[in-house]
Design a protein around this ligand. Structure first.
Ligand code: AMP
Length: 583
């Protein structure tokens, strides 16, 4: 089915007041240096994201504006102004400093979306350390891998998640402190020996703190991301990323001073930090943080209750809203909404059509990834939407489709989506893995790992991944990580993992497993293996499906041929199997 282009809106007719109404002109004359002047900077010329997102507002006319409206899972409500956020982050920065946290140290966060997560995150930046947010659904294995790889010094955690990972702490000799945040005394258990109470430290902390001078190139945040081989890698970003968060908040999310913004992403993933912390707050915009998970009625309720005007979410969530039905949004007053965006997976045209029908607004898709740190390609408020396209590059970005040799191909031809390096929010390295970082560049391009094509007018269209990485509900899953967990089960001899297309989650993780002699392929064993991996990794990462097979197809060098497994699963041609091992 062909989807009609959604016409460019007339300025006077639309609910948006676009910051980027002169796209073509701006693209031609744009300079990051010029825009850089809009950041405040530290006294003495440095740059720190915590200053740009919090302190500068706390010292100016926005001091008493609500930075965060928080709603807990039990409908608790809290609100924090920029001035209050400054005081809390100054206090916790003093706590961290008192514990010996220094510039460049890695401090990890493992908790749900509670206000203390946001306080701790910016406090880490204030002491010049590197913040490492972890997805709260992770089991012990991903947490251990990340803390070991980064040589983390401090972990800040809630009591429930502390219990989940208590067994791994003895394997982390460099982890000096565990700080436990027991919000509202949710846990009645006493602190484990050696743990530090966040609440106790905060009660005694001084609210006077001077941000440790950082430069724009000092590291600020690290997010682990999956590749085809090996364990996830820590993509490290610098404080200068704040510039692009601020800019794309205006251009792609259309943020204005009086907006109430809601980003549904979790800070354990890059969208939840770049757009659930930095973009709104570098623009001084109020945002809603909802601790709860997905439930269609609860989400609409949040929009109604807080008068959300700009909403940033993801295709899987949109498809779940579609599934809940058109009648659900009709029960709420959603008239505050004026702009909606989506990221993380391909946004199917039906979702745009549904948005127009059920919510009277179109979703604007945009594209980026952990390594790019911020939005690079977007559909803008004032342009037509070509349903199915990710949009056009933001000012200051040169994107292209390249061939194997690294040369640009003609419009319409499929190839690797590549970006000319040097944008402010670009990752600076993979932690202690410079070789892997270097391997991402070819002929002067950063090669994204996505396949796409570009049309004559410069709109980019996603085709798929060029590697075996799985995208499930917007989360990238490395097959190697899942296979490693599977083969730790005593019954599993070998495992191969693929992404299987799914109507809601885009892909789900499917595992092919061969068993050791003496094990029978029963449903009971299947459930046992599933539960085993879920406890080790996370529910979303563990296979949704396990198929037992006698042996896995392998290359002559012994590598599992995931592509072949996928082709067989989808009933597609098997392609070149000349390297297939002969039995
Ligand atoms: P992550 O690094 O976990 O944020 O995942 C980034 C990957 O998600 C990209 O490389 C794409 O494969 C996919 N992705 C992100 N945004 C889009 C989009 N708008 N359309 C299609 N795929 C997307």
């Amino acid at each position: 089915m062909d989807y009609p282009v959604i016409a460019k809106p007339k300025l006077e007719e639309i609910k948006v007041r676009p910051n980027l109404d002169q796209y073509d002109d701006l693209v031609k004359k744009f300079s990051w240096q010029e825009l850089r002047k809009e950041l405040d900077g530290l006294p003495g010329g440095g740059l720190n994201l915590a200053h740009e997102a919090i302190d500068r507002h706390a010292r100016g006319p926005r001091a008493d504006r609500v930075a965060m409206y928080w709603e807990g899972t039990g409908s608790e409500e809290e609100r924090y102004t920029f001035a209050q956020m400054k005081e809390l982050t100054d206090k916790f920065a003093n706590v961290l400093k008192g514990l010996g946290v220094e510039k460049g140290d890695r401090v990890f966060l493992f908790m749900g979306r509670i206000p203390e997560l946001y306080v701790a995150f910016f406090s880490i930046l204030k002491v010049g350390a590197i913040a490492g947010p972890l997805f709260s659904a992770f089991g012990p294995d991903p947490v251990k891998d990340r803390l070991l790889d980064s040589v983390a010094k401090v972990l800040i955690v809630t009591p429930d998640l502390r219990n989940r990972i208590s067994d791994i702490l003895k394997d982390l000799p460099d982890l000096k402190h565990v700080i436990v945040v027991n919000k509202d005394n949710r846990s009645q258990e006493p602190l484990a020996q050696g743990d530090i109470s966040y609440e106790k430290e905060m009660a005694a902390a001084s609210p006077d703190f001077q941000i440790v001078p950082t430069t724009e190139e000092d590291f600020s945040i690290m997010h682990y991301t999956s590749g085809t081989t090996g364990k996830p890698k820590g993509a490290v970003h610098a404080h200068l990323a704040a510039l692009q968060h601020m800019a794309t908040g205006r251009w792609a999310l259309d943020l204005h001073d009086d907006d109430i913004y809601w980003c549904t992403a979790d800070p354990g993933w890059v969208t939840g930090t770049s757009y659930g912390m930095s973009a709104p707050w570098t623009n001084g915009v109020s945002q809603v943080i909802y601790e709860g998970g997905f439930r269609a009625s609860a989400w609409y309720q949040i929009i109604q209750k807080y008068g959300v005007t700009v909403w940033y979410t993801a295709p899987t969530a949109i498809r779940m809203l579609m599934k809940a039905g058109d009648h659900v949004p009709k029960r709420y007053d959603l008239s505050s909404l004026r702009y909606m965006c989506s990221v993380g997976e391909p946004l199917n045209p039906e979702a745009i059509v549904w948005g127009l029908r059920a919510l009277d607004l179109a979703f604007h898709d945009n594209w980026w990834q952990t390594e790019t740190g911020a939005i690079l390609i977007a559909n803008y408020p004032i342009q037509e939407i070509r349903p199915g396209s990710m949009g056009r590059p933001i000012p200051g970005i040169k994107a292209a489709i390249i061939d194997e040799a690294g040369s640009e191909v003609k419009p319409g031809e499929e190839g690797d989506l590549a970006i000319r390096p040097g944008w402010p929010s670009m990752f600076r390295t993979y932690w202690h893995n410079q070789e892997m970082y270097d391997s991402k560049f070819k002929n002067g391009w950063y090669v994204t790992g996505d396949r796409a094509h570009m049309d004559e007018d410069g709109y980019f269209w996603f085709v798929g991944r060029s590697d075996d990485v799985i995208n499930t509900a917007g989360h990238l899953v490395g097959p190697f990580e899942v296979e490693s967990a599977l083969i730790e089960h005593p019954a599993v001899a070998e495992a191969g993992v693929i992404g299987k297309p799914d109507p809601v989650a885009f892909e789900v993780v499917k595992a092919f497993v061969s068993l050791h002699d003496g094990y029978e392929p029963t449903d009971k064993l299947r459930n046992d293996i599933m539960g085993f991996v879920r406890r080790k990794l996370a529910a979303g990462v563990a296979p949704r499906e396990i198929e037992f097979i006698d042996s896995l197809p392998k290359t002559r060098s012994g590598k599992i041929m995931r592509r072949l497994l996928k082709a067989r699963e989808l009933g597609l041609p098997e392609g070149d199997t000349s390297t297939l091992e002969e039995d």
